[in-house]
Design a protein around this ligand. Structure first.
Ligand SMILES: Nc1ncnc2c1ncn2[C@@H]1O[C@H](COP(=O)(O)OP(=O)(O)OP(=O)(O)O)[C@@H](O)[C@H]1O
Length: 289
């Protein structure tokens, strides 16, 4: 299976949310990473056929999805950033309702829902009304509804946003189990959530793709630019004025900092292995500041 995003542009009245965005996706997990306003949600909403692009097209196995949008919708699962819930429904009733909307076979729906409740550790909440549940549990229900039609393409917009650390790990385990025969696209600011899962990372900024590659290849870009130093707390401010400091840790009397710099900073420091968090800061850190 191949999903091709071909020259997608999305224009709003005063904004270009996406600008000639092109990328090819095959089964596996893709991390879509970029700062606020980069165009991630817009791209995912176009992929989920919620909105239409101003220009460009999406092809599934070489065929434009607009030729048979219903068929395409049958093979996608989408978890938006904010999912509308029927607050008075129980979890089971809500999932049954989504199953009905997604044309899931009535005879199979109960089994499918029970399996998903089990997979996502939601058994104990199945008869609870949605309005009584925490954001994290609701997020898991959102993941369950996205999986209900056993989609071939899964589109997740910030899926780990409201999850606690245990639920984050659970989410990662589930996703990695699903990824063998599915295209999974996950947008996030939290690179560590997708670092070890992603086949490829796609960096997006100002509606444009900056880079798409495997984590190993992508990290080569910042090889020899990440430094570690032990400094006195009172020299931190000066250092931050001159360099992008990406991490600060208490280290007894001193503090340990990570610095991104193409030239060796003028403090006692040594090169260290870069992480995808460093990469994020390399591209977007100054903008974030
Ligand atoms: N309905 C809209 N009308 C006008 N501009 C919009 C609309 N939706 C998004 N935009 C603009 O398009 C750009 C991309 O927004 P988008 O929500 O896709 O970014 P994002 O990467 O998902 O950001 P975030 O991480 O904050 O969710 C932003 O400048 C945003 O203000």
């Amino acid at each position: 299976m191949e999903l091709k995003i071909e020259g997608i542009t999305k224009l709003y009245k005063h904004n270009t949310a996406l600008n000639n965005f092109t990328c090819d996706l095959n089964p596996g997990i893709y991390g879509l990473v970029g700062p606020n306003g980069a165009g991630k949600t817009t791209l995912l909403r176009i992929l989920a056929t919620i909105i239409k692009p101003s220009k460009g097209r999406i092809l599934i196995n070489g065929k434009d999805i607009t030729l048979n949008e219903d068929n395409y919708r049958e093979i996608i699962g989408y978890l938006p950033q904010k999912l509308g819930f029927y607050r008075d429904y129980t979890v089971t009733k809500f999932l049954n309702y989504i199953g009905y909307l997604k044309d899931v076979d009535k005879n199979e729906a109960t089994d499918k829902i029970n399996n998903l409740l089990n997979l996502l550790n939601l058994d104990q909440y199945k008869d609870k009304k949605i309005k009584t549940l925490s954001e994290g549990i609701k997020q898991r229900i959102g993941i369950a509804q996205a999986l209900l039609n056993n989609p071939k393409i899964l589109i997740f917009d910030e899926p780990t946003l409201n999850l606690d650390p245990k639920e984050r790990i659970n989410f990662k385990n589930i996703i990695s189990r699903l990824s063998s025969d599915k295209i999974i696209i996950i947008s996030t600011h939290i690179i560590s959530d997708i670092e070890y899962l992603s086949k490829e990372i796609i960096l997006i900024q100002n509606g444009e793709k900056i880079i798409q590659n495997t984590p190993v290849e992508i990290l080569k870009i910042i090889k020899d630019t990440v430094w570690e130093a032990d400094i006195k707390p009172n020299s931190l401010l000066e250092l931050q004025k001159n360099f992008s400091v990406t991490d600060i840790k208490n280290n007894g009397e001193n503090i340990k900092v990570r610095i991104i710099s193409e030239k060796k900073p003028n403090v006692e420091c040594h090169l260290t292995n870069p992480t995808l968090d460093d990469l994020y800061m390399f591209y977007f850190g100054l903008e974030g500041n």
